[in-house]
Design a protein around this ligand. Structure first.
Ligand SMILES: [Fe+2]
Length: 171
């Protein structure tokens, strides 16, 4: 029995999203990103899990094989799902950074000020390609620092052991 990935509920309803997120994303865009785009990644993950149940692993090679494509698309859809989960969790709010004093202090320690962090975060997001992201990542496995990371296509540029704290979808 293949593992089943779940489409995670946002911390608000689709109706609430229209109002809550209206200052940062249009209702149509929010709905499309969640109910088509994000949901599609979860559906694809489950299709891939089912495919991996029966694929011929002995056919794997560096050019083309079904198992190679399933593994490759798994990473893409996994990253797309996870980053959207983070995105919906952190999007919106009143923008008052004093609501998160620990994160604010950590950002100031690493970047000098919240404004300097924003400038660098925005630049990372603006420079991302295709279905890319700007991410604030806690580099837990390696340096212990907060890093603004540019990711192209959900996963190219991801930091190993880096925990995404804030994700900005730039698709
Ligand atoms: Fe998206």
């Amino acid at each position: 029995m293949a593992y089943e990935w779940k489409f995670k509920a946002r911390p608000y309803s689709d109706e609430e999203a229209k109002k809550l997120l209206s200052s940062v994303v249009s209702p149509e865009t929010s709905d499309w990103h969640y109910n088509k785009h994000h949901k599609g990644y979860v559906a694809a993950l489950n299709t891939i899990e089912n495919g991996l149940e029966s694929t011929d692993r002995s056919a794997a090679n560096g050019n083309y094989s079904e198992v190679g494509e399933l593994k490759r698309r798994f990473t893409w859809n996994h990253a797309g799902t996870l980053l959207h989960d983070v995105y919906w969790e952190v999007l919106g709010g009143d923008g008052d950074v004093s609501n998160g004093p620990d994160v604010k202090a950590a950002i100031e320690k690493e970047f000098g000020s919240v404004d300097k962090w924003k400038e660098d975060f925005k630049a990372a997001a603006m420079a991302a390609k295709l279905s890319g992201w700007g991410l604030l990542v806690y580099d837990q496995l390696y340096s212990g620092r907060l890093l603004n990371v540019l990711v192209d296509e959900h996963q190219y540029g991801a930091i190993w052991g880096g925990i995404p704290l804030i994700s900005c979808d730039v698709f």
